[in-house]
Design a protein around this ligand. Structure first.
Ligand SMILES: Nc1ncnc2c1ncn2[C@@H]1O[C@H](COP(=O)(O)OP(=O)(O)OP(=O)(O)O)[C@@H](O)[C@H]1O
Ligand SMILES: [Mg+2]
Length: 358
């Protein structure tokens, strides 16, 4: 995978080519100060009404003797001056209106899917600028877009560091997608080699029952609208099958490990072996039907892969054994607690006994 392949999957690069077969969207260039705001630590939302002047004496009021009384601290005390982006914000507001009042936000490549847990309804549905800011600021996926978009590219490091990316906020008209109708499609050297259920941790009996129609619809869509029109030879595209024969393009992704292979491994996708699709013989020509993978049984349902993003990192590290040192510290703490409990039991028991004796 090369830098050029990643750049070709940037939303503004492909949207104009495939406008008619994807969701209506508006691309807004990100001003430098907004980029800096996204990258700085802390989370202070612009436009939040915080009356800084009324808190001028807040610290003095909370001091009792030489000590600060944190219990009386006004929780509305601002941690930093809220930033302001009035021009940018106006464009965002107007774009939301133009797109019907509800939008799905993303940057050049990624949506803040890992931050959905922070929103009111646990989705990426945004109706105002602050909904968007909160999601973008809370997402590691967005930070990845901003700081290391070419991390897994095999190009020269100096070349990668010199590339100046023009960042955009992409607002897409909100759609109520049924997750069982989303599919990820893998194209290698111009051929559609694999199709996979996009949300691969859920079982959906519908997919197995209609697998032939699903594959046929996606193949027809690929041949008519995608093949030869995307600048690369190998790439990944995501689709939504609204109904029989009705396919909507969702996104393009690079053909490489930076993209989740879902039920395919990148070893098999990149390897020389043919994937296990059906081969149809039409006289002398051979036509390969792509391999289609989906969850075939309801047993062994997997946890949602984004659940861990909603938990403190220490919990995740402990649960997965990622950081053995944390586990050792945790066990030490438990042993100490146990020790403390035992010794307090020893002290309290005579007291109870003596009370009982009275
Ligand atoms: N316009 C939309 N309205 C509502 N939901 C959407 C919309 N576009 C995408 N989604 C949902 O969000 C998911 C992620 O969208 P998208 O592929 O654009 O994000 P991404 O960050 O590029 O994801 P990935 O890294 O998996 O490619 C989709 O699978 C779909 O379920
Ligand atoms: Mg994508």
């Amino acid at each position: 995978m090369k830098v050029e392949n990643v750049l070709n999957c940037s939303f503004s690069s492909w949207y104009s080519l495939f406008k008619d077969i994807t969701t209506k969207s508006i691309v807004i260039p990100l001003p430098q100060e907004f980029l800096e705001y996204l990258l700085c630590d802390g989370l202070v939302l612009p436009e939040q009404a915080v009356d800084v002047s009324s808190n001028e004496n807040a610290d003095e009021d909370n001091i009792i003797g030489d000590e600060i009384d944190w219990s009386t601290e006004d929780i509305s005390t601002p941690v930093a001056e809220p930033p302001k982006f009035p021009d940018f914000e106006n464009i965002v507001k107007k774009s939301i209106q133009k797109l019907g009042g509800c939008v799905f936000p993303k940057l050049n490549w990624s949506a803040p899917r890992d931050a959905a847990w922070i929103s009111f309804d646990k989705t990426l549905k945004c109706t105002c600028p602050s909904d968007i800011y909160l999601l973008l600021k809370s997402s590691d996926f967005i930070t990845h877009d901003l700081t290391q978009p070419f991390a897994l590219c095999e190009d020269d490091e100096n070349y990668k560091n010199d590339i100046h990316v023009k960042y955009d906020l992409v607002l897409r008209k909100w759609r109520e997608f049924n997750p069982s109708n989303e599919f990820r499609c893998f194209v290698k050297n111009g051929s559609l080699i694999g199709i996979c259920q996009r949300h691969h941790t859920m079982y959906c009996s519908f997919i197995g029952q209609h697998k032939d129609e699903i594959v046929a619809d996606i193949q027809a869509f690929f041949y008519h609208f995608i093949q030869g029109n995307f600048p690369d030879k190998s790439y990944v595209f995501d689709v939504y099958r609204r109904d029989q024969g009705k396919i909507l393009l969702i996104d393009f992704n690079p053909f490489g490990e930076v993209t989740d292979g879902l039920l395919f491994s990148w070893e098999e996708l990149l390897g020389d072996e043919r994937l296990n699709g059906t081969i149809l013989s039409n006289g002398e020509d051979e036509l390969q039907v792509p391999a289609f993978r989906y969850i075939e049984k309801s047993s062994g349902v997997q946890p949602n892969p984004y659940t861990t993003y909603a938990m403190p990192k220490d919990f995740v590290d402990l649960a997965t054994g990622e950081d053995p040192q944390k586990l050792i510290d945790f066990l030490r703490l438990k042993v100490q607690e146990q020790g403390a409990e035992d010794s307090s039991d020893d002290e309290s028991t005579p007291e109870i006994n003596s009370l009982q004796g009275q």
